[in-house]
Design a protein around this ligand. Structure first.
Ligand SMILES: Cc1ncc(COP(=O)(O)O)c(C=O)c1O
Length: 397
């Protein structure tokens, strides 16, 4: 039997890195690869109590629900969004199966195969897969420690006339970088000038290690109506990814189209999960929880940062992140992170080579290290193994 797959699926790059990372499940393997939150920080008791209250209320949570999502949760999220300067009504919001689905649906309703999308170099790996599956032409603008470089973006916009820009401007995956306010405003100006829309992906904005505020592109652009920015976020990093609940906000005309597309995709996301989150928001201090996990993640980041700094490996550079879940390192010039990964896995440590996060021309001497999932002795051990691999590899090559 020959299975003939669609050309879009056939074109998806199979990744050697994924194959290597599949080998990293063993107990002794210390993985800095996944973007996993720390299980021991999940608010288990609060989720248990919220789930109990949901089921005590009757059978509603086990029934089909609205495609756009459970109204009380949308109302609660609108309040939370307003506190960040994003003023929206429940009609300007849709709940989705994680922010990953929000991005997929937004791309689906806003583009045709063959359209161009502008992203940052580097950018979130799983989004590159979404864009490829939608048959988009992906072009990548340079980015530095202040965010997307406007001159690079403008040159590409003039040349390729992208319809959409996708960005993670606050504590990006993979780099942990934050766009400066000046860059945010300049990129917004550019998208207005060239009549583009923006998907602003913000899963990490709440996980921050200082009090600095970062206005979203959405808030800088105004209210939902006629806003060129479609904003998405998620409970995956602040509560638990298994609840699979994200949301998108934007002009109600776009949100209604996303609703239609979602109906075709999966009718709705889990009513049970949405009701649990709604109960959680009313019976539990989520902001205090976010402050607690941010403090712990900040400590874990400092631990990894200090261990790497102590080694002072020549040619190893990184910017200490101020939030999010990742440390992005530049390895010594000429060191290929994919080759290093093979060597590191033999020593019992894994990471994601940076090449996975580029649509084209990867900087091969880069790597993404997650610091939220390990701590203490495991981080010490993991960094020691990584340093040993770098040392050995540098000698070998
Ligand atoms: C930048 C970015 N966007 C979106 C997602 C998807 O998150 P979820 O679908 O769990 O909300 C992730 C997950 O790691 C991410 O890093």
């Amino acid at each position: 039997m020959e299975y003939r797959f669609s050309s879009r699926v056939s074109q998806l790059k199979s990744s050697a890195v994924r194959d290597i990372l599949k080998l990293t499940q063993g107990n002794d393997m210390i993985s800095f690869a996944g973007g996993l939150p720390a299980e021991e920080l999940f608010p288990v008791q609060a989720v248990r109590e919220a789930a109990g209250r949901v089921l005590d209320q009757g059978t509603g949570a086990l029934q089909y629900g609205l495609t756009e999502g459970y109204l009380p949760l949308r109302e609660q999220l609108c309040e939370r969004m307003a506190a960040k300067g994003m003023v929206v009504t429940p009609e300007e919001m849709i709940l989705t199966t994680g922010s990953q689905q929000a991005i997929d649906l937004l791309v689906g309703v806003l583009t045709e195969p063959g359209d161009t999308i502008l992203v940052e170099r580097p950018t979130y790996l799983a989004c590159l897969q979404v864009f490829a599956l939608h048959g988009l032409n992906i072009v990548s603008a340079e980015s530095d420690e202040f965010g997307m470089v406007p001159e690079s973006a403008e040159e590409l916009i003039r040349k390729h006339k992208p319809k959409l820009l996708y960005a993670v401007p606050t504590f990006s995956n993979p780099t942990g970088r934050v766009w400066s306010e000046e860059r945010r405003k300049r990129v917004l100006e550019l998208t207005r000038q060239y009549d583009m829309l923006i998907i602003e992906d913000d899963p990490y904005g709440d996980i921050k290690f200082n009090d600095e505020e970062h206005s979203s592109l959405f808030a800088l652009a105004g209210s939902a109506q006629d806003n060129p920015v479609l904003y998405t976020s998620t409970f995956s990093k602040t509560v638990a990814p298994a609840l699979r609940t994200g949301w998108a906000i934007g002009d109600s005309r776009v949100i209604r189209m996303v609703e239609k597309a979602k109906q075709a995709a999966d009718l709705q996301s889990s009513t049970m999960d949405q009701q649990i989150l709604s109960q959680l928001l009313s019976g539990f201090d989520l902001d205090a929880h976010i402050a607690r996990i941010s403090k712990e993640y900040g400590a874990r980041m400092n631990e990894m940062d200090a261990l790497l700094r102590r080694e002072a490996l020549p040619g190893l550079n990184w910017v200490t992140p101020q939030g999010g879940m990742f440390l992005w390192v530049e390895l010594p010039e000429g060191l290929d992170a994919e080759a290093l990964l093979r060597c590191a896995v033999q020593k019992g440590v894994a990471f994601v080579p940076g090449s996975s996060f580029y649509a084209d021309h990867p900087d091969r001497n880069t790597a993404r290290l997650n610091y939220t999932h390990n701590k203490g002795e495991r981080t010490v051990q993991g960094v020691a193994r990584l340093v040993e691999a770098i040392g050995e590899f540098t000698v070998r090559s």
